[in-house]
Design a protein around this ligand. Structure first.
Ligand SMILES: C[S@@+](CC[C@H](N)C(=O)[O-])C[C@H]1O[C@@H](n2cnc3c(N)ncnc32)[C@H](O)[C@@H]1O
Length: 288
């Protein structure tokens, strides 16, 4: 009701974050979800730890609008850029290893070819950029490639010096001739000498990224806690605590996998978990 007793139709408030319906918005706010990734394609199998594009698409659609700029500073095989392509967002990915950079570029090239075929030669208006480089030098890379400010980050960094330990899964991959770790490169965070060094180098990268982010932008970082030599390493929790000194921690979404093989670790003598969940930790570059 206005002051002169007349009614004006109230417009729904503008959705400042995304283009989702109310129902889609609500569904995403639940703090857990089950996502069983489809079997990987041949070229993607080489990489030891890829995440599913469909899952990443859900995050991108919640935290951005069409045409936004999304960064993945640990690109691996390019899953984030495939998700950006499918959701019409611009993607920038940084990856240290040439072999994974090649896989990522090939995947984008294939998508472009399919799109042009279907649209009779039309060009996609969103752009996917694969940068080969070290994310700890992100400021130099940003200047060199003249890159824009970022609306959203989604990434899964190396899960600590975790891939360096041998177990039943690594033995299976070894037998198939697949990569057990990303590289022997000392700039690879997965090769950090200790857990403490790994954690501090990882957080440091996100601190360097901060000035490249738009104010109010969100970050989603996928990590896992894990067993190492009989100790449970709380990587996701430790990272969340360190990061919250620099960003606002907004919560977590648990990614549950219920189609993975259960291995009899510790059977008949000790409790050893089959860790089949990941933390998608959500931070915000707050205006304050
Ligand atoms: C968990 S994987 C990412 C997998 C990716 N989400 C996918 O779906 O393929 C982490 C990646 O970070 C890369 N990496 C490690 N240290 C890096 C650094 N300093 N700069 C850039 N990439 C790095 C590794 O080579 C590896 O491919």
């Amino acid at each position: 009701m206005n002051e002169d007793n007349s009614y004006t139709e109230e417009l729904p408030p503008e959705n400042r974050l995304n283009e989702l319906s109310a129902q889609e918005w609500l569904r995403f706010t639940k703090t857990w979800f089950v996502h069983n990734p489809p079997p990987r394609k041949k070229d993607e199998l080489l990489h030891p730890a890829k995440y599913p594009e469909k899952m990443v698409e859900e995050f991108i659609k919640f935290f951005t609008k069409t045409g936004a700029v999304v960064l993945d500073p640990f690109l691996g095989t390019g899953s984030t850029l495939v998700a950006c392509y499918n959701t019409k967002r611009n993607g920038i990915g940084i990856e240290l290893q040439k072999k994974y950079v090649q896989i990522a570029r090939e995947r984008i090239k294939r998508l472009d070819a399919q799109f042009q075929l279907a649209q009779e030669g039309a060009k996609q208006y969103c752009k996917q950029i694969v940068v080969r480089g070290d994310s700890s030098k992100i400021n130099e890379l940003w200047k060199e490639y003249n890159l824009p400010k970022i609306d959203f980050i989604i990434t899964s960094p190396p899960y600590g010096p975790m891939l360096n330990k041998k177990g039943l899964v690594t033995r299976e991959r070894e037998e198939q001739g697949l990569d057990l770790k990303y590289s022997k490169d000392e700039n690879d965070l997965g090769n950090a000498c200790s857990y403490e060094e790994f954690l501090s180098r990882l957080v440091d990268i996100f601190v360097k990224i901060k000035p490249l982010l738009k104010e109010g932008a969100y970050l989603a970082v996928v990590l896992q806690n894990y067993m190492d030599k009989g100790n449970y390493i709380t990587l996701a929790w430790d990272f969340a605590k360190e990061m919250s000194k620099h960003y606002q921690l907004r919560g977590e979404r648990l990614w549950l996998q219920d189609n993975k093989t259960l291995y009899p670790y510790g059977y008949k003598y000790s409790f050893v978990p089959n860790v089949h969940h990941h933390y998608c930790l959500i931070f915000k570059h707050d205006k304050n």
